[in-house]
Design a protein. Structure first.
Length: 460
């Protein structure tokens, strides 16, 4: 296997908070240094119950159903759309288990491509379908920011398994990731791939096998190079990058590599806030599409010196940096947030949760147009959307408040009554124009939210 050095310098690097002043004297990662200094190992870290800029959280009514589904700061409001079982514009019932999602601009509208983390072989919900037996896939929604309303929804890909997260590309498509390495027990069709779904069309049912067959979670694409960074939700896990032979043409082939730290075989799983890995390189994965009886990609990478991570989940690209989330890493096994700078090859633990009541197993991640990090919680108890900002402050921005009454929700027979406050947030993404709308899902009972309000009062 061949080891490769980090990317060439030259990727633009603006400040972590575009809407706030950067800390004077910060070097290397700029404001990342301020974040690390505030959250170094052993320093006391507390989650603020709310942002000092946005204020306390209050039960807030959904404009669509009138139910108080969320707790939000005063001044923020939201509507819901495309609940599990709702008929879509193409007549297909909305699939369950809403997960990763991204927004794409189309004139005055926003298109949202959304994953459904469904597992099973009882039949695809639409065509095109990679595996006609498999029940996972994606749907696409249309939203009008000016009017503040959803306009339509449709199925856009099926025949996949456990479409968990993924990521947007600079050329206007969604890369949907199968969080599995399963094999269809009837047909032998293998899963564990990435497939591409154009925001304006339907997905091609052919998997991108050169990008690897493993328990995929999310991707982040560097627009300067077209290289795709991939996370793996596995134990152990690797951080990968895919270098396509032709920028923007992922199906044309390319090279899959795994991150190496230092001299190799480094284990990041217990590292705390502020840890810096100044020396990184990459090792090639010789067989990116292994059969079930061949060494997995992670085993190949670790054998060649690849770094070990704990369940890498969410990923996001912003301002010359790649962010990745380890949902169970860190000294308390409650989560780590990594920042990687392709231009220098430097990797850091920006934040590691010291306790469950600070940050409880983060999953999906996005960066707002104002530079703050939004973290989707997937742990135990009431689940929150968290904000993480440059000075190391972490706070609860929103809380899951879903209680479906015994009589259910009118017009939504697929939604069972009950308390859903412990269900995970996922798919957070801001609109691509002014960042005035945050779109996000709660996986079960399966609801998509559009949240707006005085974002510019703070860093989110």
């Amino acid at each position: 296997m061949t080891t490769h050095e980090s990317e060439p310098a030259g990727v633009g690097r603006r400040g972590f908070l575009r809407g706030a002043a950067a800390l004077a004297g910060a070097a290397a990662f700029g404001p990342f240094d301020a974040l690390a200094a505030r959250t170094v190992v052993g320093a006391p870290v507390e989650r603020l119950p709310f942002s000092v800029d946005y204020g306390r959280l209050f039960p807030t009514r959904d404009h669509t159903t009138g139910l108080e589904l969320l707790r939000l700061p005063q001044g923020f409001e939201y509507l819901t759309y495309s609940w599990t079982g709702d008929g879509m514009s193409d007549g297909t019932p909305t699939p369950s288990l809403h997960d990763g999602m991204a927004a794409f601009g189309r004139g005055r509208r926003q298109l949202l491509v959304r994953n459904h983390e469904r597992d099973g072989y009882t039949g695809a919900f639409t065509t095109p379908a990679y595996d006609p037996d498999a029940i996972g896939g994606t749907t696409t929604l249309e939203f009008a920011p000016g009017a503040g309303e959803f306009m339509s929804s449709r199925a856009s890909l099926s025949g996949t398994i456990r479409n968990c997260a993924g990521g947007p590309t600079p050329w206007g498509s969604w890369l949907t990731c199968e969080e599995t390495n399963a094999v269809n027990p009837t047909t032998g069709t293998r899963h564990g791939y990435i497939l591409e779904v154009p925001a304006t069309g339907v997905g091609g049912p052919t998997p991108l096998t050169a990008m690897g067959r493993f328990v995929h979670e999310a991707v982040a694409v560097d627009p300067a190079t077209g290289w795709v960074y991939e996370t793996e939700d596995n134990i152990p896990a690797g951080l990968y990058r895919y270098i396509p032979d032709q920028q923007g043409e992922l199906a044309a082939g390319g090279r899959l590599e795994m991150l190496v730290i230092g001299d190799g075989s480094y284990d990041t799983r217990a590292d705390g806030s502020g840890t810096v890995y100044a020396s990184t390189s990459w090792v090639a994965i010789d067989n990116p599409d292994p059969s079930p009886d061949e060494p997995s990609t992670v085993d190949q990478g670790i054998a060649a010196g690849g770094a070990i991570f704990a369940r890498l989940e969410g990923a996001w690209y912003a301002d010359g940096k790649v962010y990745a989330v380890s949902t169970s890493g860190g000294p308390a096994q409650q989560g780590q947030i990594f920042g990687y700078e392709p231009a220098t090859g430097e990797l850091r633990v920006l934040f590691a949760s010291p306790r469950q009541n600070v940050l409880n197993n983060p999953d999906n991640i996005c960066v707002s147009p104002r530079g703050g990090i939004v973290l989707c919680e997937d742990g135990t108890g009431t689940q929150h959307l968290h904000g993480l900002i440059q000075d190391g402050q972490i706070f609860a921005f929103a809380a899951n408040n879903i209680h479906i009454p015994p009589e259910g929700v009118p017009g939504k027979p697929a939604i069972e009554p009950g308390n859903y406050t412990d269900e995970e947030w996922c798919g957070a993404t801001f609109d691509t124009v002014g960042g005035d709308w945050l779109f996000v899902n709660i996986q079960t009972p399966g609801i998509t939210f559009a949240i707006t309000g005085p974002w510019h009062n703070g860093a989110l």
